[in-house]
Design a protein around this ligand. Structure first.
Ligand SMILES: *Cc1c(COP(=O)(O)O)cnc(C)c1O
Ligand SMILES: [Zn+2]
Length: 405
């Protein structure tokens, strides 16, 4: 067998079926591969198309013919000279996921999930979402001709609702939080037999996210960065970054090296950050998230304790960033690098800034920031700043001169 499931908690192994979590200890399952049997080298990879499927041996699809879309992958790794200079960092990069097909990194797990759903013979896919997964899943379901249901808090950004609706999915807007949406989705997976991609087939879905770190290593000439700053909602992207690094090392594609993995949360919904900052092992769920970073506002993060553990082990940090810092960071990134991000990216850049201010980053370190979503998805947040830049005049040179005065 090329791949199977392995429990992150107890290590037990299972057939690669539809299994959301370990039936023995209820901890998360991960896809395991027979890495010794995989022959992947840098030259072979270099000749392949620039999609996530260039790493197909490391993705959990048995029959490549089931792959839906093949649209996402190889987002730019932008060297940030201006922002780096401003912060005193010599080698700063942004992995710019704002340029993905549906404008967030969720295209990676969604493309894998819909492909896996097709492999399982499903005609319906669903998810609990804070907005971006909903948009990605709806888009790939549309390509695959599947019915799609998105369960999300009713009060997520209108831009995201409009995007999801345009792809033709049915949106179930609930009065409640993401955790309420997740509970309802779990019930729907049992009662209505829906394939809820971030529950029913979560181990496969999650695999898509690790392709970001594969690309980063490849884009750096098969070297790992020293430090990666990752936005954390459920903690899936964070955990998959760690898993991806271990796989690259095991395959000999990169050398042995400890990468610091830092997690960025919003202060208004930062259960892992609070535990980290207070030196606790238990994560206290946040009942009422209150932040502009709605896409990462998960009060009870499924992979939370693993984020906490790996941040400590790797020498990274987990911080909660305030709404004010987030807005400022969104503008800082836009003004220095021309990259317009949604608040999740602001959380990461805000954390970068704080790490620099606290002297926790060495100026020579090679730092990669994950910018996971596009600012056009949350445009309403930035419109209050427009008046700082906008003047309205009649089209005469006199009024132009006066306005510039
Ligand atoms: C979903 C999401 C994340 C991180 O989600 P995890 O559940 O931690 O994998 C980060 N940024 C954006 C924009 C997202 O939509
Ligand atoms: Zn287990």
């Amino acid at each position: 067998m090329r791949f199977w499931l392995r429990c992150r908690g107890c290590g037990r192994e299972f057939e690669p079926e539809k299994l959301p979590m370990c039936p023995e200890c209820f901890e998360p399952l991960e896809v395991a591969y027979d890495l010794d049997a995989i022959e992947l080298d840098r030259e072979r990879l270099a000749s392949r198309p620039k999609t996530i499927w260039r790493y197909r041996e490391l993705l959990p699809i048995k029959d490549y013919g089931n792959v839906v879309g093949m649209r996402v992958g190889y987002s730019p790794l932008v060297k940030c000279e201006n922002l780096g200079r401003e912060l005193g960092l010599k080698e700063l990069y942004v992995k710019n996921e704002a340029r993905n097909p549906t404008y967030s990194f969720k295209d990676r797990p969604a493309e894998v999930a819909v492909s896996k759903a097709r492999e399982f013979g499903d005609e319906v896919v669903a998810c609990a979402s804070t907005g971006n997964l909903g948009a990605s899943l709806a888009a790939y379901a549309a390509i695959a001709g599947m019915k799609c249901y998105i369960i999300a808090p009713y009060d997520i950004e209108r831009e995201k609702l409009a995007q999801i609706a345009s792809y033709g999915a049915r949106i179930i807007g609930i009065e409640g939080t993401f955790d309420d949406a997740r509970r309802l989705a779990l019930m729907a997976s049992e009662v209505l037999n829906w394939n809820v991609v971030n529950f029913t087939i979560r181990p496969y879905y999650a695999e898509g996210s690790k392709t970001m770190i594969y690309e980063v290593a490849e884009q750096l000439g098969w070297e790992l960065p020293d430090h990666v700053i990752i936005p954390v909602a459920s903690g899936s992207l964070y955990c998959m970054t760690h898993k991806g690094i271990e796989e690259l090392k095991a395959l000999g594609l990169v050398g042995e090296k400890e990468v610091k993995l830092s997690g960025a949360q919003a202060k208004g919904c930062g259960p892992i950050a609070e535990a980290f900052e207070e030196g606790r092992d238990e994560i206290e769920p946040v009942k009422k998230p209150n932040t502009i970073a709605k896409s990462i506002a998960i009060g009870d993060p499924y992979d939370g304790k693993y984020v906490l553990k790996r941040a400590r082990e790797s020498g990274g940090y987990v911080y909660g960033i305030s709404d004010e810092e987030i807005r400022e960071a969104i503008r800082l990134l836009a003004k220095t690098e021309g990259i317009f991000t949604e608040p999740a990216g602001g959380v990461v850049i805000g954390m970068l800034k704080r790490l620099v201010e606290e002297g926790k980053l060495d100026g020579d370190e090679r730092v990669v920031c994950y910018v996971t979503g596009n600012g056009l998805k949350t445009m309403g947040l930035m419109t209050p700043y427009v008046h700082e830049s906008l003047v309205k005049i009649r089209p005469t040179i006199e009024e132009l001169k006066a306005a510039l005065g």
